[in-house]
Design a protein around this ligand. Sequence first.
Ligand code: HAM
Length: 409
Amino acid sequence: MSKVKKVRGFQDIYGENAKKYRYISDVARKIFENYNFEEIILPYVEDISLFKRSVGEATDIVQKEMYVFTDRGGREIALRPEGTASTVRAYIEEKMYAQSSIKKLFYEGAMFRYERPQAGRYRQFHQIGAEIFGVSSPLADAELIKMVSDILNTLEIPTRLEINTLGNFEDRKNYIKALKEFLEERKQHLCETCNIRIETNPLRVLDCKVETCKDITKEAPLITEFLSDESLERYERIKEYLKALNVEFIENPCLVRGLDYYTHTVFEFITDKIGAQGTVAAGGRYDKLVEQLGGPPTPALGFAAGIERLMLLLEKLPEDRPLIVVIPITEEHNIEGILTADLLRSNKFRTELIMKEGSLKSKMKLANKLGASYVVFVSDKCELKDMTTGAQEVFENIEDLIEVLKVRL
Ligand code: HAM
């Protein structure tokens, strides 16, 4: 019979990779807690209009990458491609703005984008992300970036941080106008996609990967020339705070991001180690989005990191706790075996009970394969074998054996 395979772009995460996933998530959660963020667990599906109105109608995500379907009630819904839109929707819908003037939320979970799968790019992937609502001070931008940098440093994942500002709405509008004019004049030299982008999303032309487009955009006007004094001042402050925090960064005036909601600060943490999909964490400010989605005017900012990309880069995992393997010598000792394993676990030891029938030799082989640090042989007595030294000790009762293990482990 033919086997059913997993869907293209989807992955099973197990074994060492599952450990990496959990470790990354645990490290991030601890750091979110240090920065006093609360968790929000968001739905996997949303009304499709949420993403059109936030991520943007003209973006690749909305145009080409969303998993969209009509449910049995005739609703047009989408599997979430990212977490910011849902967090903003929840912030407004649950009236979180009425609870406190500042709200700091983090989330973790699967996101879905119908992209061409390759190393570091999947159709279902997982993000950890955080959003801050209600703070316009550039201190928040610096703290957010420092928090991401803390996560990456704790995971010992080296990256370079690129930052840019897109200015306020007005600055951005003026800049887009000038950029559009510049691109229109060079239309015939730009790739087909960029020709469409001139109309739909001219900022995206700036990070086109096609060489001819890259050459042209080198000459393009820069956002920096269009920034208001207020935007410039804000950008300067952020850079000053980052320097004070010893967070190294590179200014990249072409960094625009693929989602429409950003204003002012945008940033990406990038690595060259995993090929083309090098951005491991990214985010920025989106001061108009809450209002655009029907909430009260609320400055906001956030970031998200791709867990699978971090997994590709993670080299060190904390060691597993030592494993104790319990072997009932014969079937007659099964009851003592299961009780011994139970007692070891209630004393917080990581314990595996060998449940396979067979020779002692085959049970020992399995214990070795499982990576046992100690084996406890259960018969009329208890025997402890140190798998590193080979030393064996006999105990009258299991309690004495546990006391010895407590001292050693
Ligand atoms: P994004 O840049 O679209 O931003 O995604 C953030 C991160 O998710 C990327 O840097 C990457 O690590 C990971 N990622 C994205 N697509 C894929 C994929 N197909 N496969 C594997 N990993 C992927 C956002 O999603 C914004 N919501 C970030 C944000 C939060 N901005 C403000 N607040």
